[in-house]
Ligand binder design. Structure first.
Ligand SMILES: Cc1cc2nc3c(=O)[nH]c(=O)nc-3n(C[C@H](O)[C@H](O)[C@H](O)COP(=O)(O)OP(=O)(O)OC[C@H]3O[C@@H](n4cnc5c(N)ncnc54)[C@H](O)[C@@H]3O)c2cc1C
Length: 387
């Protein structure tokens, strides 16, 4: 933080020549735009290779985050990133499998019991990100909260970056490598003229209920309906996350009212059963978030790369968004370290790893949606069959 603050005020920084003016700005090997899970995973991977980096994040306090379910394989991935100890906290609940009403009205269960790690997790997502931030800071990673990147200039030796911290606070930093971890906005890639391809118009409407304490078994509950699907996930402190996924043009506008949202949830079978167990449930206001499958036309380029949702964003049915942010971040850090050490192939290797993961996801995604044939004539399901 100290170095980053210096950068804003131009003290103790190296001289960098920008056109005719001699501007003083701090140089840091890698700047990461975006302090979500992907940005932090890149930073940890870099620091493990001895490379300093600065995370630039517009939020000062963490806003609400959505998406909490990670599969059993995440435990090994977190261990590889050196952060599996963060899961040992009662805020995160084990998740033993999925219960589905999908493809028929009869519920079925897919347990994780036979896997090497016998359970996944229902994370307390904001708490998990706070834990990660604290861990990053303890590892010496620099944070610059409350700032966004307003302008980037590429030079032979890297990047000159202009920052805006609101009000009169502005500053500049320079770096050798720039990372876009800005989530679905893909802000840096779009500044560089890269295009995002959206494969559908999925959105998620969500709320959290505080229940009366009736135990909900630790599973993820997923139910297909005519215009989309629902999921529910029990969280710590008697909370239950309930989300409805549909297409942007199919949304019933009244769903933004929590009482209407809960009425619709009660018209389902599996989800309504979970909610009914908690009759005195209090619900938060609903929020609406884009959840489409999207891909950048290029995920890497000369001294930059995109990671996490900025590179590829996944339909939540896959429970792969957080995994992709962690795994992509891990490999991105190594690819950057190798590139800075002179490798000309490391970015291509990173590209191959994340694009192969996306190809596997696309196949599993089509299979998942093809398994539901009860509403083939309805737009939500018809569109997914055609793709
Ligand atoms: C409804 C819904 C349910 C989901 N459920 C799950 C689930 O159960 N399991 C799962 O694995 N995934 C789930 N996901 C997906 C998951 O939440 C994302 O894949 C994950 O958050 C991606 O992490 P990220 O770090 O790439 O992006 P983000 O979490 O979006 O972080 C991006 C960061 O960049 C910052 N930023 C934005 N603009 C700028 C800028 N201009 N400059 C600098 N920083 C910027 C933001 O403030 C933010 O901190 C769900 C998503 C949705 C929408």
């Amino acid at each position: 933080m100290r170095e980053a603050r210096k950068a804003l005020h131009g003290h103790g920084a190296s001289d960098v020549h920008s056109g005719a003016t001699n501007v003083k700005m701090a140089h840091i090997p890698v700047v990461i735009a975006g302090g979500g899970i992907a940005g932090m995973a890149v930073a940890l991977s870099l620091i493990n290779r001895g490379i300093a980096c600065l995370i630039i994040e517009p939020e000062i306090t963490l806003n609400a985050r959505i998406g909490e379910t990670i599969p059993p394989s995440a435990t090994s991935l977190l261990a590889r990133c050196g952060i599996d100890h963060l899961l040992i906290d009662p805020a995160h609940l084990p998740c033993y499998g999925n219960q589905f009403v999908w493809g028929s009205s009869k519920p079925y269960e897919k347990s994780f019991f036979s896997q090497i790690n016998p359970h996944g997790w229902h994370l307390d997502r904001p708490f998990f990100e706070k834990q990660l931030r604290t861990h990053c800071v303890s590892r010496g990673i620099e944070w610059l909260p409350g700032h966004r990147i307003t302008h980037i200039d590429q030079h032979l030796d890297g990047w000159h970056i202009s920052l805006d911290g609101g009000g009169n606070i502005a500053g500049k930093v320079s770096c050798s490598f720039l990372v876009d971890a800005t989530g679905r906005q893909a802000r840096i890639a779009r500044m560089l003229g890269r295009k995002r391809r959206r494969l559908d118009a999925l959105i998620g409407i969500s709320t959290q209920l505080t229940t009366d304490g009736t135990a909900v078994p630790h599973y993820t509950y997923i139910e297909a309906v005519a215009n989309g699907w629902w999921y529910a996930a029990p969280l710590a402190n008697k909370r239950l996350s309930v989300v409805y996924m549909t297409d942007n043009d199919l949304i019933d506008k009244e769903l933004t009212s929590t009482s209407h949202f809960l009425r619709c949830a009660r018209e389902t079978s599996l989800i309504s059963d979970i909610i009914k167990r908690n009759l005195s449930a209090n619900a938060e206001e609903t929020t609406l978030r884009p959840a489409s499958t999207t891909a950048l036309d290029e995920q890497t380029g000369d001294r930059w790369l995109a990671v996490g949702d900025a590179a590829y964003a996944f339909d939540p049915i896959s429970s792969y968004g957080i995994m992709s942010a962690l795994e992509g971040g891990y490999y991105a850090g190594h690819a950057i370290a190798d590139t800075l050490a002179g490798s000309t192939e490391a970015l291509t290797a990173y590209d191959v790893i994340i694009s192969q993961a996306f190809a596997i996801y696309l196949k599993m995604h089509s299979e998942q949606y093809a398994a539901e044939r009860r509403w083939e004539a309805m737009p939500f399901w018809g569109r997914r069959r055609i793709r």
